[in-house]
Write a protein that binds this ligand. Structure first.
Ligand SMILES: N=c1c2ncn([C@@H]3O[C@H](COP(=O)(O)OP(=O)(O)OP(=O)(O)O)[C@@H](O)[C@H]3O)c2ncn1[C@@H]1O[C@H](COP(=O)(O)O)[C@@H](O)[C@H]1O
Length: 106
């Protein structure tokens, strides 16, 4: 799992500076962070729509689109994927209910 994501991260980082006529990553990167973020939002909505239609095949495809575009956004922010994976590792075994209950009250 980590290697699939790491291989994709390397490819995305390499393709950022490719010829935009030959590379979707380069083309999207050239359109700016706002456009990349917009694509993440669109793919998230498309995933939700597929889920609500119980379209399992659609959810798989849209989830791949969502993860891919999120990784393009992370690369644009120069945030290593490991920062996200480490955060998930840190949370492992911590119940979301318990974590929320332990948050400081404001
Ligand atoms: N995983 C993906 C991947 N998933 C989806 N897409 C592309 O994402 C685009 C999404 O299409 P949309 O119609 O939603 O978006 P759009 O064409 O920008 O349209 P607008 O929203 O701008 O109107 C399509 O061109 C898909 O092919 C991807 N493009 C590339 N990758 C990976 O990135 C690598 C590098 O790709 P290139 O940079 O194109 O060489 C590839 O080898 C793949 O591993």
């Amino acid at each position: 799992m980590r290697s699939t994501f790491h291989d994709l991260e390397k490819t995305i980082r390499r393709r950022r500076t490719a010829d935009p006529s030959q590379s979707y990553v380069a083309k999207l990167t050239a359109r700016g962070r706002g456009k990349i973020a917009q694509k993440v939002g669109e793919e998230a909505v498309e995933t939700v729509i597929a889920a609500m239609a119980s379209d399992r095949e659609g959810v798989v495809g849209e989830s791949a689109d969502l993860i891919f575009h999120l990784m393009v956004l992370l690369a644009d922010l120069d945030i290593p994927l490991d920062a996200v994976l480490d955060e998930l590792d840190r949370r492992e075994g911590v119940s979301g209910i318990a974590e929320k209950a332990a948050r400081p009250k404001d």
